[in-house]
Design a protein around this ligand. Structure first.
Ligand code: CP
Length: 318
């Protein structure tokens, strides 16, 4: 009934270029308002979201589709119903595609194996967030004049901070490297472990050593809420141990925050990216987030175009 988009880690360059090219072409089109008329897109969001859910809704509406939102806290998942039963019930109502966000890695793939309509992964735990990776790639290509062929060869990109917790980092590094960019991950070893080098990127602990050579720097939020996930629960009455990979936020900032002083040492024309949500004053300072190098709002705007292209691709309209 269509194609799923569950991740970018095994997507070939040709498919990435097809999706990014469709995104570029959509930006100039005014004839897509009836493209998905009569179809309904189901947003199943079992984890919070501002950008992704709204962006998928706007994209669906711009294509003429209807949207239903099923949110974790107010669905029957909170009464013990499984994600698969939930998806099957929504499928039985006649939806055309699912957009799924969940805390557990592999949730979207599990649902895709149980329903017939296409499933788009909107973020599964720490695993993947493919439409975010596509919009990051599109925004990088746009800023660097690579929209013609999406060839990123010769570009150096740093992804900075809590790489280990980040599905955005995993999807972005897959797309960036597949299209030819050199990717460096920078962070303390607890947040940016050397094992990420198996994904074709370089890992360093000193941001300052690499910053001046970068064409783009993607800052990541520290995902405090994911630290300690998967640990054995504390016995009743005992305080749960807090596993923090950083000693203190102040110390983290001293080495990894993108402050105006650090931003001033970046290459001429180098851009600052962030997938959001930003924790201003921790990984990224106000003056940089809203400064001339920032393409953060451009990422958000491009996200709608990317999701329009992905919805049409998954539903066989492109
Ligand atoms: N970038 C991103 O996934 O943001 P939300 O969590 O707000 O959707």
């Amino acid at each position: 009934m269509g194609k799923d988009l569950l991740g970018l880690q095994s997507v070939p360059a040709q498919t990435l270029r097809e999706l990014l090219g469709a995104t570029r072409d959509i930006s100039g089109r005014t004839d897509l308002g009836e493209s998905l008329r009569g179809r309904v897109i189901a947003n199943l969001f079992f984890e919070d979201s501002t950008r992704t859910r709204t962006s998928f809704s706007v994209a669906s509406m711009r294509l003429g589709a209807g949207v239903v939102d099923l949110l974790g806290g107010i669905s029957s998942v909170s009464k013990g119903e499984t994600l698969i039963d939930t998806a099957r019930n929504v499928e039985a109502m006649g939806v055309a595609a699912f957009v799924v966000r969940a805390k557990q890695a592999g949730s979207s793939a599990m649902i895709a194996g149980a329903v017939r309509p296409p499933v788009i992964n909107a973020g599964d735990g720490r695993h993947e967030h493919p439409t975010q990776g596509l919009l990051d790639t599109y925004t990088l290509a746009e800023a660097k004049g690579r929209l013609e062929d999406f060839d990123l060869a010769g570009l150096k990109v740093a992804i900075v901070g809590d790489i280990a917790s980040s599905r955005v980092a995993r999807s972005a590094m897959a797309a960036f490297t597949t299209l030819g960019a050199d990717v460096v991950c920078a962070g303390p070893p607890g947040l940016a472990p050397k094992s990420f080098e198996s994904l074709g990127v370089k890992v360093v602990s000193s941001l300052d050593e690499v910053l001046g050579a970068m064409d783009a720097v993607m800052m990541l939020r520290i995902q405090f809420e994911r630290h300690g996930e998967g640990k054995t629960p504390a016995p009743a009455g005992a305080e749960a141990p807090r596993a923090s990979p950083i000693a203190s936020v102040r110390e983290y900032r001293a080495f990894y925050a993108l402050t105006p002083e650090r931003a001033a040492r970046m290459k001429k024309g180098a851009i600052v990216m962030h997938p959001g949500p930003i924790n201003r004053g921790i990984e990224l300072d106000e003056a940089v987030a809203d400064g001339p190098r920032s393409v953060i709002m451009r990422q958000v705007t491009n996200g709608v175009l990317v999701r329009m292209a992905v919805l049409r691709w998954c539903l066989g309209e492109a």
